[in-house]
Design a binder for this molecule. Structure first.
Ligand code: DX5
Ligand code: ZN
Length: 220
């Protein structure tokens, strides 16, 4: 495996208190975390509904961290400009939600944002082999998307290491991000499999000492 950079942590505000999102976002900034993971759900692609561009736009001034927007929505291509305007720095959409991911990844780059594609647990990595060079990040879902607080799906560890190999074989710099059911208990194994960025929702917001948690993840 190649020399790795420091592991990044992206707390997910899906587990924040939606009645005081601004304050909870400040806790993410104060913790020393690297990115804010922003979960957008449309009630169609997944069976849950969160928020869209207007809420993200209002949150933007409350944080200095990059907004890593995870779109769990149908037809993400129709919304790329809106999320850029709302303040997204990185946009990741699902390969299962669109037919022309090559074009849409190019559009995200054209907008000057970091591009990401994500795969549900059932989707094999061969689906993204020929668009991998367009991705700044690949998000491997380690739960079925839609809800926080689910259990990490263990066979996904192999998927992470297979993707690591594919990226390294192609000599790419694409980052591997993993999302769902991650805590300090399994973080080490996930990083060893090849992850660069860990998303943490419930584990982050249920921890009192967030700085300590962030430090531990970044030191993995
Ligand atoms: C799930 C979301 C995740 C979620 C993770 O659909 O994409 O980002 O917030 O939450 P935990 O860490 O609680 O599994
Ligand atoms: Zn997510």
């Amino acid at each position: 495996m190649k020399m790795k950079h420091k592991v990044k942590i992206a707390p997910s505000i899906l587990s924040a208190n939606f009645a005081r999102l601004g304050e909870d976002l400040k806790m993410v900034d104060d913790s020393g975390a690297d990115w804010v993971h922003v979960d957008v759900m449309d009630g169609h692609f997944v069976a849950n509904l969160t928020f869209g561009p207007p809420v993200i736009k209002k949150l933007r001034p409350h944080s200095k961290l990059p907004f890593d927007v995870h779109l769990m929505i149908e037809e993400p291509e129709k919304w790329l400009e809106a999320y850029k305007d709302a303040g997204a720095d990185r946009i990741t959409f699902h390969i299962e939600a669109c037919r022309h991911s090559h074009r849409h990844l190019a559009r995200v780059k054209e907008l000057g944002l970091a591009s990401g594609i994500t795969l549900n647990p059932q989707t094999p990595i061969c689906e993204i082999e020929y668009v991998l060079d367009q991705c700044d990040q690949v998000l491997i879902m380690s739960v079925n998307p839609g809800f926080g607080g689910q259990k990490f799906i263990e066979p996904i560890l192999k998927k992470i290491s297979d993707l690591r190999q594919m990226i390294d074989n192609k000599g790419l710099e694409t980052m591997i991000q993993v999302d769902g059911g991650i805590s300090l208990e399994n973080a080490q194994r996930i990083v060893e499999a090849g992850a660069d960025v860990l998303v943490m929702g419930s584990a982050f917001f249920s921890t009192d000492d967030k700085k300590e948690l962030v430090k531990k993840v970044q030191a993995l």
